[in-house]
Design a binder for this molecule. Structure first.
Ligand code: B12
Length: 349
């Protein structure tokens, strides 16, 4: 059991709360949270100054390979229970209109928008939380059947941005104003602006924006004229073929790859797909930094797991040769390779 805490501030309680997550001790975690509420800490602060940073730390520990996927899942489950306990404890009654909160299609990070949903509820909105990966058509038909003041869409992974754009447009066609958020739009929301969507960095800003319908609707249009070069669409069409040829290249140049187990093969195919999906998203929003940031992140993940990052360079070089007729893709891959070298990873050729 985790030692009980008597802290009356989320920042003081943070270390012992994190211990509860590390020990997978959900009872102690809920005790910490309810103790803070009983001590007069507002529910909103508890969600944003305790649960949210603890989840970010969970992610860092997973990324550094200090915590397994199982430990991350256990900690996330506890955070979900804590959020539910806080919601039941506060139990505000709605005074405002309905706000629908949902994750983009293919987006499984439901906890961040759940925190946003609870903050909106605490501020009087009647919130319908649709959770993870909502298909665009289903969201639209839901909006048609239920009168909504606004819809809040979450995206944690930049590679989902093309889907995010389709979803934003679908909501617009239903004449429901949209606010988007989550780390997938970039730390400063620059990719939301590129897609022509109102962006909020956090739950309180989202609440303010939703309360100001005029600002929410007055968003500069998307800047996506670069898509006319068809690079993004061609890359998406060739995804499966590119993964196959990159795998064959890897097997030819990295002898160890020829005797990969089924699990190693699966994760290699998944990594090769991720590289292409991030490249496609970078082409979609026409921002090379999206791809370079991803490459730097991938190197960190691989090296902390003892996987040689040189293989990444081999795959980037392969994609670059295969996509030689696509100047934006070639340029993006070249900067990705430079990011790889800057992160200290040896180059392949
Ligand atoms: C838990 C978790 C998961 C869980 C999610 C379960 C759940 N119920 O949510 C599961 C296991 C499903 C998961 C899967 C994956 N994950 Co994950 N995950 C996380 C983790 C550890 C915590 C997420 C969280 O709750 N964060 C806490 C919230 C509060 O932080 P926040 O996002 O910054 O949110 C604030 C603002 O951004 C904003 N905001 C957020 N959403 C919204 C929405 C709206 C509308 C608005 C207005 C504002 C807003 O307000 C919030 C509060 O103020 C993060 C680490 C992290 N730093 O977040 C990784 C992380 C996001 N995951 C990551 C990855 C890579 C993955 C996987 C690809 C792993 C894999 N190989 O399978 C998959 C992808 C699944 C998919 N297709 O969606 C990476 C992403 C890196 C990158 N380069 O993009 C991260 C950053 C981990 C890391 N450090 O590397 N993950």
């Amino acid at each position: 059991m985790t030692a009980p805490t008597t802290a009356a501030d989320p920042i003081d309680a943070y270390p012992s709360y994190l211990d509860c997550l590390a020990d997978a001790d959900e009872y102690a975690a809920i005790d910490v949270a309810l103790g803070l509420l009983d001590a007069g800490v507002p529910a909103e602060r508890l969600l944003l100054d305790l649960v949210a940073p603890a989840q970010a730390e969970v992610g860092e520990r997973w990324a550094r390979n200090e915590w397994s996927v199982a430990q991350e899942h256990a900690a996330t489950h506890i955070s979900e229970r804590v959020v539910a306990a806080v919601a039941v404890h506060a139990n505000p009654r709605p005074t405002g209109g309905r706000v629908v909160v949902a994750c983009m299609d293919g987006e499984w990070h439901a906890l961040p928008p759940r925190l946003v949903a609870e903050v909106l509820r605490l501020r009087g909105w009647q919130v319908t939380f649709l959770g993870a990966s909502v298909p665009a058509a289903h969201l639209v038909s839901y909006l048609h059947r239920n009168d909504a003041h606004a819809v809040a869409l979450a995206c944690a992974l930049p590679m989902r941005l093309p889907h995010a754009h389709r979803m934003i447009e679908a909501c617009r066609r239903s004449d429901v104003p949209v606010v988007v958020g989550g780390r997938g739009f970039g730390v400063d929301g620059r990719w939301a602006r590129r897609l022509g969507a109102a962006w909020a960095p956090d739950a309180p800003s989202a609440a303010e924006l939703i309360a100001d319908e005029r600002t929410l609707r007055r968003v500069p249009p998307a800047q996506l004229s670069h898509l006319a070069d068809d690079e993004y669409a061609s890359l998406v069409r060739r995804r499966a073929e590119l993964i196959d040829s990159a795998l064959a290249d890897l097997r030819e140049h990295v002898p160890a790859a020829r005797s990969y187990t089924a699990a190693q093969l699966d994760s290699t195919v998944s990594d090769l797909g991720h590289i292409l999906d991030f490249l496609a998203a970078a082409l979609y929003v026409d921002d090379v930094s999206l791809f370079s940031e991803f490459v730097a992140w991938l190197v960190g993940i691989l090296t902390s797991r003892g996987v040689p990052a040189a293989a990444v360079d081999l795959s980037l070089a392969h994609y670059s040769a295969a996509l030689r007729d696509f100047p934006r893709a070639v340029h993006t891959l070249a900067l990705g390779r430079a990011a790889l070298a800057a992160a200290g990873a040896p180059t392949a050729r």
